[in-house]
Write a protein that binds this ligand. Structure first.
Ligand SMILES: Cc1cc2nc3c(=O)[nH]c(=O)nc-3n(C[C@H](O)[C@H](O)[C@H](O)COP(=O)(O)OP(=O)(O)OC[C@H]3O[C@@H](n4cnc5c(N)ncnc54)[C@H](O)[C@@H]3O)c2cc1C
Length: 463
């Protein structure tokens, strides 16, 4: 029997993890090198495949001609058909050209199901669909139009809620409830939703629980006694609460699996309970995702190594090994039949400014912005606009690939190597903060890169 293909993956965010899990499903032996957490660990709780940005022309909320809300599937189709350099257009281009965007939506559905199945045993799930919008509040009372979200925020769909109890915890830094509720009402009106009665509920936790930050309290609430105390004060505050009222907590329900905490609180207040999404500076949902991904990788048999990848080594005319520096500072090589780079952008270290110019960190790959202009070899500032809210070319910059997600030196050119693939934020053509496609791109390109890597390796690295 032939030995399984060996796939080395660089990056432990969702793109790298999704690639690793898919490569295992495809029968590969998988090694994953990760330097640290990146953008995935900062996520706010939605898994945006094609989340809407109300008021934006890019991923808008309503169809201007129909005045009806667009679904995630509608937005995915618009995105594929309109933005030629977006990673979805690279991935699904042929489907879209045939007007068959439904096939792309099916692939998304399958990838989300696979991710959900991998995460569930580790206390996290993905809920949602491309057919229906979820309207989720953030801690400031802003409403985000989402397609998918993780356990915690996912249950707080304001489109379905007749009444809201906005929970604050005395002592925990937050906007005053009156400010958040005022914003929530204005956001609902702007989205064309009917008003929903909302009242604030302030809970006072017993002395001794850390309330300096959302993350510290979340860590405490992983302890059964602390959770029991929260349930008790919530129960005492429920007087007069109707059974349909949605209790929206800040994203404090544990750094580990939120599902049992939601269930315990639901039992205490006798009505639906969810968290809001997170917002800067808090990222409990991202932290939970990062932890659950690591557990899922271990369960799938992926060999994980802590360290920083430095180079790819050529063996017999093709990339045959990944070099990295481990935590002890030793240089190590991993033999590989294919390599997936999922190293993110500036935040994670996939791109950096070095010697006054922007560069891709491992291979020095050429970098392009979404309009096809070179970004590497120039100061970062040269690709940033003057006004903060403008679209900054630098933040949509990354590696250009062929349709199989292999980096190329120039758009339309041949791959730099037949067995090197790229995924996630490292790719050009989208700005996760503006487009609202961040974790969706990480998931879909991670899965596709792994499939291409394993198929290529099974054919001897040639394609
Ligand atoms: C504050 C914030 C909030 C966000 N919220 C959301 C949200 O709610 N929903 C959503 O859909 N998107 C969100 N996004 C966008 C989303 O998080 C990213 O698009 C996505 O996580 C990118 O995943 P990735 O795996 O490509 O990169 P990352 O998660 O950044 O992972 C890159 C990995 O590569 C590793 N790495 C880099 N270089 C090397 C090297 N040389 N050797 C070894 N390892 C290396 C890093 O250590 C890291 O593990 C948010 C982004 C930010 C910044």
């Amino acid at each position: 029997m032939a030995a399984p293909p060996r796939v080395a993956i660089v990056g432990g965010g969702l793109a790298g993890a999704a690639a690793a899990l898919e490569a295992v499903r495809q029968g590969a032996e998988v090694m994953l090198v990760s330097a640290a957490s990146g953008a995935t660990a900062l996520g706010w709780g939605s898994l945006d495949v094609a989340g809407a940005v109300p008021g934006s022309r890019r991923l808008r909320w309503r169809a201007p001609l129909r005045e009806a809300p667009l679904s995630g599937a509608d937005r995915l189709a618009i995105l594929i058909g309109t933005f030629a350099t977006h990673p979805y257009a690279v991935l699904f281009g042929r489907d879209a050209a045939r007007g068959d965007a439904a096939a792309a939506a099916e692939q998304v559905k399958q990838a989300v199901e696979d991710l959900d199945r991998a995460l569930q045993p580790h206390g996290l799930g993905v809920e949602g669909s491309l057919d229906e919008n979820r309207l989720l509040a953030d801690p400031h009372g802003n409403v985000r139009v989402c397609d998918y979200a993780f356990t915690g925020a996912a249950g707080g769909n304001l489109a379905e809620v007749p009444e809201i109890a906005w929970v604050t915890l005395a002592g925990l830094p937050a906007d005053p409830a009156s400010v958040a509720l005022g914003r929530l009402a204005a956001e609902r009106a702007a989205l064309g939703l009917s008003p929903a009665p909302a009242r604030s509920v302030e809970l006072r936790l017993p002395e001794g629980l850390a309330l300096e930050s959302v993350a510290r309290l979340a860590a405490e609430l992983d302890r059964p006694d602390a959770l029991a105390a929260l349930c008790q004060v919530a129960k005492e505050a429920r007087a007069g609460s109707s059974a349909g009222r949605m209790w929206l907590f800040p994203p404090v329900l544990g750094l580990e699996s939120p599902a049992p905490k939601l269930a315990a609180l639901r039992e205490s207040v006798g009505s639906p309970v969810a968290e809001t999404l997170a917002a800067v500076p808090d990222a409990t949902p991202g932290y939970r995702l990062q932890r659950a991904l690591a557990a899922a990788l271990d369960a799938a048999g992926v060999r994980r190594y802590a360290g920083r990848a430095t180079n790819l080594a050529v063996r017999e005319g093709r990339i045959g090994a990944l070099g990295y520096t481990n935590e002890q500072g030793d240089a190590v090589e991993i033999d590989a039949d294919a390599v997936v780079l999922a190293t993110g952008r500036f935040l994670a270290g996939g791109l950096r400014e070095e010697g006054g110019v922007v560069a891709e960190s491992i291979l020095g790959l050429p970098l392009y912005d979404g309009k096809g202009a070179r970004v590497d070899g120039r100061p970062a500032q040269a690709s940033v606009r003057r006004r903060y809210l403008d679209a900054h070319p630098l933040f949509g910059a990354g590696v250009v690939t062929d349709a199989r997600l292999r980096p190329v030196n120039a758009p339309g050119g041949p791959p730099v190597a037949p067995n090197v693939f790229a995924a996630g934020d490292l790719l050009t053509g989208f700005d996760a903060a503006r487009d609202r496609t961040g974790l969706g791109v990480a998931l879909m390109t991670g899965v596709a890169a792994a499939r291409n890597a394993v198929q290529g390796a099974k054919r001897g690295g040639l394609s």
